[in-house]
Design a binder for this molecule. Sequence first.
Ligand SMILES: [Mg+2]
Length: 238
Amino acid sequence: MAPTATIFLDIDNTLYSASTGISAAMGKKIHDYFTSLGLDEEEASELHMSYYKQYGLALRGLILHHQVDPVDFDRKCDGALPLEDLIKPDPSLRKLLQDIDRSKANVWALTNAYRPHAERVLRILNLEDQIDGLVYCNYTQPNFVCKPDAQFYHEALEKAGVSDPATCYFVDDNRINVDAARALGWGHVAHFLEKGLVHVEGGKVKEIGSEKLGDGNNGVEVINRLEELRKIWREVFK
Ligand SMILES: [Mg+2]
């Protein structure tokens, strides 16, 4: 019987820990990209944050307001990260994915990154063969969508051949992305929260878990280790 469930995994800061420092390295590359457009340090920081907040990705603001070529941006930012020095395969994570019962669930990656970065991370982590499909942000499309746009999630379901969002599982380190999936009726959603670690969001350093969340979890499970998926998603593991 074909699998009836689909698991969607975020990639960045989910399949590797925020402790790798990749978000800081990424934030620095994006900041340098802003300053390369002739903005001074302060303007660059302000716009970086405001575009990130407003559009989900700084890049979308850069395209809309600065006519930036997204492929050039990707090459100079994500493409220029020394990922091979920052992340390495984690045998326990590989085992976790291997222990998912593939007769019950397909496993997809769902990322706001462009395809080359997504594939590179999966390759370095030695997880490529564990992923059945990839939903990424297509930077070459004018007005491309990304998480947390509802359209991006609809396209993910279409791409993965899912007709009922209730059969979806999703884990992401960004609470806004998780809440968006939940609001669209995705059945099982988890927020990967490495409380106490620091990461960089919109170019600013932030302690993870320091933001105030709304009352109640609204059906969102909060985990601080991916291993906990075995427990909260027991029915799709062997
Ligand atoms: Mg992430």
